[in-house]
Design a protein around this ligand. Structure first.
Ligand SMILES: *Cc1c(COP(=O)(O)O)cnc(C)c1O
Length: 363
């Protein structure tokens, strides 16, 4: 068996120790004679898995008691719809929301919100191919907006908010899909903090939505599809219908893996060190250039180019042959992108930098 260094943006690399544990428990989960994929989601065994996963996530993120944790299906995309559909049904809501557009995912979330409510972009970095985070200290947030929406780490363009926007007292909603559990978040600063797990946390198939209790509308919302409503899932402990048991189980193992490292401060320190290896090299290289304004650089997704599409293609081909997989950049940026999530070992980043140095010396 040989494993590659997988720089995919998502689904992405998972911790090898977690995969091994899953393999060990595949045929017989802790003596029950079946795999997690075969057991009832109403069983005691599975209830313990989901309870432990939630408890560990609460510990990791320091989630306050007045927030609910929902394990949901439909990925981040379903939350693009669920967010306006739920938040516009709260007592006193105006059916208005302001979006900060820093990339494709924020743009898609805005387009989806526009189906249901009066949603507007109040800032954007589209003018420079989303290579920066706009100044969000004094935005024209509407007086009657129900919430302000951001995509906190922009997976495709490689930017991150180092400071949260001034929402002028409005509820902040943040998509953290590609930075989930890569660093601490002060959950109390958010109304909703959510993401698909397949970037940094687990296998594809669930989104985790952490939402303040008072932002979950009460009762059945007559004109909202039941699977878009947060209340039934909150009341049923994310077991309103059959959940993605397998993904919840694997995420639970990743939570334990992160806790064993010492929690998110320690995880962040490791991520800073890994990203620094790559950014330091990009800053000194005469051939490779980072595409993002330095102060807005992501710790997780690192896009870079040579400036010559043919050379970029040669690099991607050569790196693959050297066991460095999935370095091709998103088609909207071109060039290369290295996603260096929690589970990417520092040795993987070192191997990438060594390959880049060697490539540069030969060109
Ligand atoms: C990948 C990604 C999405 C889309 O996730 P799905 O689970 O495929 O819907 C949304 N937001 C961000 C920031 C992403 O990286």
């Amino acid at each position: 068996m040989s494993r590659v260094y997988n720089f995919s943006a998502g689904p992405a690399v998972l911790p090898e120790s977690v995969l091994r544990e899953c393999a060990d428990e595949m045929l017989d989960y802790r003596g029950c004679g079946m795999s997690v994929m075969e057991m009832s989601h109403r069983s005691k065994m599975f209830q313990q898995i989901i309870d432990e996963a939630e408890a560990d996530l609460r510990t990791l993120m320091g989630i306050p008691d007045n927030y609910r944790v929902l394990f949901l299906q439909g990925g981040a995309h379903q939350q693009f719809s669920a967010i306006p559909l739920n938040l516009s049904k709260l007592p006193g809501a105006h059916g208005k929301a302001d979006y900060i557009v820093t990339g494709m995912w924020a743009k898609k979330a805005l387009a989806e919100a526009k189906r249901f409510i009066d949603a507007e972009a109040i800032a954007s970095s589209a003018d420079e191919t989303f290579s920066y985070i706009p100044d969000c200290s004094d935005l024209p947030v509407r007086e009657d907006a129900d919430y302000v929406y951001i995509c906190e780490n922009n997976t495709i363009y490689g930017t991150v908010y180092h400071e949260l926007p001034n929402t002028k007292g409005k509820v902040l909603v943040s998509d953290v899909s590609s930075m989930f559990l890569s660093q601490p978040h002060d959950v109390a600063k958010y109304g909703v903090i959510y993401g698909g797990v397949q970037k940094n946390v687990g296998p594809a198939g669930i989104a985790i939505t952490v939402v303040r209790e008072d932002l979950i509308p009460e009762g059945d919302l007559a004109d909202v599809p039941i699977m878009m409503q947060w209340r039934p899932q909150a009341d049923a402990g994310s077991l309103y219908n059959t959940p993605n048991c397998w993904a919840i189980y694997v995420c639970g193992k990743v939570f334990k893996w992160l806790l064993a490292q010492g929690g998110l401060e320690e995880v962040k320190a490791r991520n800073v060190a890994k990203a620094k290896l790559l950014y330091d090299f990009l800053d000194e290289s005469a051939l490779f250039k980072g595409t993002v304004r330095p102060q807005d650089r992501s710790l997780m997704n690192v896009p870079f180019v040579t400036g010559d599409p043919d050379l970029d293609a040669e690099f991607v081909k050569g790196s693959q042959a050297a066991g460095l997989e999935n370095l091709k950049g998103h088609r909207s940026v071109g060039g290369m992108r290295a996603s260096i999530y929690n589970a990417m070992p520092v040795e993987g980043v070192e191997a990438l930098v060594a390959f880049m140095k060697d490539f540069e010396a030969k060109h």
